[in-house]
Design a protein around this ligand. Structure first.
Ligand SMILES: [Mn+2]
Length: 438
C-alpha cells in the first residue's frame, strides 16, 4: 500500500512533469508525450516516470532519446515547481498499456473489416447467381438513396442481369436529381410484381422505409440490406450495414471494387452524388480518408463532378430563393437549450410558388450560426402534420432524439414527423432538448 502522503507526492509530480513536458521541452525529437504515472520511492531518492508516446516505433525511440538528454533539466524544473525536501532522480519508462489498447482497437477494426469483406463476397455471389433482381431505396429519397440506386442498377445491367429498380413513390422523384444518368432506366413499384430472386434495399434503416415496396422485399427469396444508418434493424437475409461508412453509395463502390467490376463514368457520377450529398460536400463528420479515396477513384473514372455540383447546389429556383429569405427572417434561437430553428408553412409554399421537395438543404443555412448546438427546421406537410429535420453542431446527438419522437437518422442528422402544429411541435422539441441536456 502506498501511504496517502506519497500518493499526493506522486500526483503533484505527475502534474508538474506533464506541464513541463508540454510547455518547456523544445527538443524537436520529443513528440506527443503523456505522463501516465509517477512513483516516487519512499526515501525520495528516485522517481519512476511512466510515459506514453503517440506515434510509431521510430517516433517513440526519438522521443525517449530526447527525454533521456533532458532528464537533468526536467529534474531541475520539477524542483522549482514542487517543494520537496529532495528532488528525486528521474527514471523514465515507456508505458505500453496505451499502445496495447491501440493494438486491440486495430485488431477489432481488422475483424470488422474481414466481416464486411465476407458479407460483400456473399452479396456478389448472390447477385451473380440470381435471375431477376429488384432494387429500391427509401421514401423521401435523398442524393445518396437515388445515387446508389441508379449506380447499382447500371452496374447490374452491365453484368447482364435482369433488374427492376424503383423508389417507393416515383411521382415524388426529387427534381434536382433528374439530371443523373440512368434515370430513364428507373421503373415503378408495379415492375416488382411476380417472383424476385433477390431484393436489394438501399439506404433503409428498416423495411418500413421501403413504403409500398416493403411487401416485395419480404417476399423475395433473398433480401439484401445495404445501409450505413446506426439504427439499422438488420431486417435482411444478408445485412451489409456499416455505420462508419459515409454513405450507401460508398458501400456500393466497395462492392464494385471487391467484385472486380469496371467503374463506368455514368456509375461514377451517380455514386459520387451519393457520397457528396451525404457528407455535405465532404464536410460532415462522416467524411473519412476512405471517402476521399473513393471520390478520387470516381473522378478518375470520369464522374462529372462539376455537373453534379451545378445541378444540385447551383440550380436554385427564384421561388425557393424567396422561400429561403422568408424562413431565414424568422429564425429564432432558444438559448436555454442551444436550439436554433425556423419553419416553412403550406401558405409560404403557396405564396412563393416553391415546393417542399426544394427545401432539403434549407436547414444548412441555419447550421452555420455560432453559439448554437442543435438545429431544427419545421416543415408543414399537406396533411397538416409537421416534418422536423434535426442537425447537431456539437456533441449532443440528434439521432436518439429523433428516435424517441418516432423518427430516425444519424447522430449528426436526423428527423421525425410530428402530429401537432408547428407552434406545438416547437414547444415539444424544446422540452425534449431540455430533458436531454439535464
Ligand atoms: Mn445515406
Amino acid at each position: 500500500m502506498i501511504p496517502d502522503r506519497m500518493k499526493r507526492v506522486n500526483e503533484v509530480c505527475k502534474e508538474a512533469l506533464g506541464e513541463i513536458l508540454q510547455k518547456e521541452i523544445k527538443d524537436p525529437r520529443v513528440g506527443f508525450v503523456t505522463v501516465t504515472e509517477v512513483e516516487v520511492s519512499p526515501d525520495m531518492q528516485q522517481a519512476k516516470v511512466s510515459i506514453s508516446v503517440l506515434g510509431d516505433q521510430e517516433e517513440v525511440e526519438k522521443t525517449l532519446e530526447g527525454l533521456e538528454k533532458a532528464k537533468g533539466f526536467l529534474r531541475r524544473e520539477l524542483g522549482n515547481r514542487v517543494r520537496l525536501r529532495y528532488t528525486p532522480e528521474l527514471k523514465i519508462y515507456l508505458d505500453r498499456s496505451a499502445e496495447i489498447s491501440e493494438r486491440v482497437q486495430g485488431l477489432l477494426h481488422d475483424l470488422e473489416e474481414k466481416r464486411d469483406i465476407g458479407l460483400m463476397e456473399d452479396i456478389i455471389e448472390v447477385l451473380q447467381a440470381s435471375g431477376r433482381i429488384g432494387i429500391a431505396s427509401h421514401i423521401n429519397p435523398d442524393g445518396d438513396s437515388i445515387g446508389s440506386l441508379l449506380g447499382l442498377l447500371m452496374i447490374l445491367q452491365r453484368q447482364g442481369k435482369e433488374v427492376c429498380a424503383s423508389i417507393p413513390d416515383p411521382e415524388r422523384y426529387p427534381p434536382k436529381y433528374l439530371f443523373l444518368p440512368g434515370r430513364e432506366l428507373l421503373g415503378t413499384p408495379k415492375d416488382f410484381a411476380g417472383s424476385l430472386e433477390v431484393f436489394v434495399a438501399l439506404d433503409c434503416s428498416n423495411a418500413d422505409r421501403l413504403g409500398g415496396l416493403c411487401k416485395s422485399a419480404e417476399s423475395a427469396e433473398t433480401l439484401v440490406n445495404i445501409d450505413h444508418h446506426e439504427d439499422n434493424k438488420m431486417y435482411g437475409d444478408i445485412n451489409l450495414v456499416d455505420e462508419k461508412t459515409s454513405s450507401t453509395a460508398e458501400l456500393i463502390y466497395r462492392i464494385l471494387i471487391a467484385a472486380g467490376w469496371e467503374l463506368e463514368p455514368d456509375v461514377a457520377t451517380c455514386l459520387y452524388t451519393g457520397l457528396m450529398t451525404d457528407t455535405g460536400r465532404f464536410q460532415h463528420r462522416n467524411t473519412t480518408p476512405e471517402t476521399f479515396d473513393a471520390a478520387s477513384e470516381m473522378v478518375e473514372a470520369g464522374a462529372d463532378i462539376f455537373q453534379v455540383v451545378r445541378e444540385i447546389y447551383e440550380n436554385q429556383s427564384l421561388s425557393y430563393t424567396h422561400l429561403l429569405g422568408k424562413s431565414l427572417q424568422r429564425v429564432e434561437v432558444r438559448e436555454e437549450c442551444g436550439l436554433i430553428y425556423s419553419y416553412v408553412t403550406q401558405a409560404d409554399l403557396d405564396e412563393t410558388g416553391a415546393s417542399l421537395a426544394e427545401t432539403e438543404d434549407l436547414i444548412d443555412y441555419l447550421r452555420v450560426v455560432r453559439g448554437t448546438s442543435v438545429v431544427a427546421l419545421f416543415k408543414e406537410l399537406e396533411d397538416g402534420r409537421v416534418r422536423v429535420s434535426l442537425r447537431s453542431r456539437d456533441t449532443l446527438e440528434v439521432g436518439p432524439i429523433a428516435r424517441t419522437m418516432g423518427g430516425g437518422g444519424h447522430a449528426m442528422a436526423a428527423g421525425y414527423t410530428s402530429d401537432v402544429n408547428i407552434e406545438d411541435s416547437i414547444d415539444v422539441l424544446v422540452g425534449v432538448l431540455r430533458d436531454a441536456q439535464r
